[in-house]
Design a binder for this molecule. Structure first.
Ligand SMILES: [Mg+2]
Length: 329
């Protein structure tokens, strides 16, 4: 996924620019001059702009200030206050005929990145858009790297905490279902002591890879919480769905008997693979529970799975913890 972002960085023409102006002629001039370089979408009002923004998440917005209905300044303010980081970080370039320092100050205060004067100088428009789109691309890559775990390439603890908080809010506000799986590699300290950290790291990477392949939907998220502890956050999923995912992952890991590692001399060396334990819970409350409560539920279930002999799954449901059996045949 990182390489895809870097690839986009090298090909800014695939970036999307949203042009907002209520004047058709102004809009056409800007659209025509940007179209050869970007994917361009256009809006003739602030209302339409906000709609398209959420649908397309463009890399830059060119924004007229004076429009019927929602003004450009207000549109910019809403972009910058959006709880979705992908929206809030979109740079806004105001396109203005105004020679009014008070108005300009309002634009800066609303979070505008820059200005372009009307009538638009096409060359200046192209260079300024290019500069801001490049900056946007670079900061996207950096932000993304800051969310990832260096060893496994999974999301890291910091990002997981944010997403868990968001899903708890989502469940309380929109009745959207979410489930949480916590996973811990069994006896990993012994494994590390016995085979060394290099092999231990390879083993964690393989666990991460198997976890990633067990969830295929982009709205689900796999994270490394630290050490040998991992988590999966499943969107739109009740407890029974989470059980299916966990059971299938447990079996995949059970069936992976060996870890093959290249010793650097072209030889593959085989090491025993590990087993894992999991605790699962559904995120369910009336806004009365915080993300720590769900982490604690999954953690208690995980603890019980460990206590019962590891290499198994326990689930937390309505205050009770019980083992999840194998699939009935
Ligand atoms: Mg206008």
């Amino acid at each position: 996924m990182i390489s895809r972002k870097l690839e986009l960085l090298a090909h800014p023409e695939r970036s999307t620019v949203l042009v907002v102006d209520d004047d058709l002629l102004n809009r056409s001039i800007m659209v025509d001059s940007l179209q050869p370089h970007y994917q361009v979408i256009e809006a003739e009002s602030g209302e339409q702009a906000l709609l398209l923004l959420h649908r397309h998440k463009p890399d830059l917005v060119l924004l007229d200030i004076v429009m019927e209905g929602i003004s450009g300044v207000e549109v910019c303010r809403q972009i910058k206050e959006d709880p979705d980081e992908e929206i809030a970080t979109i740079p806004v370039l105001f396109v203005t005929a105004l020679d009014d320092s008070r108005q300009e100050q309002l634009c800066w205060e609303a979070g505008g990145a820059d200005f372009i004067a009307k009538p638009v100088n096409v060359i200046t428009l192209q260079y300024r858009v290019k500069a801001h789109v490049t900056l946007k691309r670079q900061s996207d890559v950096l932000r993304r790297l800051a969310n990832l775990d260096g060893l496994t390439g999974l999301y890291n603890r910091r990002y997981f905490d944010e997403q868990l908080q968001r899903s708890v809010r989502d469940q309380a506000n929109n009745q959207q279902h979410w489930s949480l799986i916590m996973l811990d590699v069994d006896h990993f300290k012994n494994y590390n002591d016995r085979h060394g950290h290099v092999i231990g790291d390879e083993c964690l990477k393989e666990v991460a890879r198997l976890m990633m392949s067990s969830v295929r939907r982009s709205q689900d998220m796999v994270a490394r919480l630290g050490g040998e502890e991992f988590a999966i956050l499943l969107s739109g999923t009740r407890l029974d769905g989470a059980e299916r995912v966990a059971r299938s992952l447990l079996n995949t890991i059970r069936n992976t008997a060996q870890l093959s590692v290249d010793n650097g001399k072209g030889n593959e060396l085989n090491y025993p693979f590990v087993t894992v334990s999991m605790g699962i819970t559904e995120i369910l409350g009336n806004g009365d529970l915080a993300e720590e409560d769900f982490l604690k539920q999954a953690d208690e279930a995980l603890y019980q799975a460990k206590g019962a002999g590891r290499n198994r799954i326990c689930r937390y449901a309505q205050g009770l913890i019980e083992e999840v059996g194998d699939e009935p045949v």
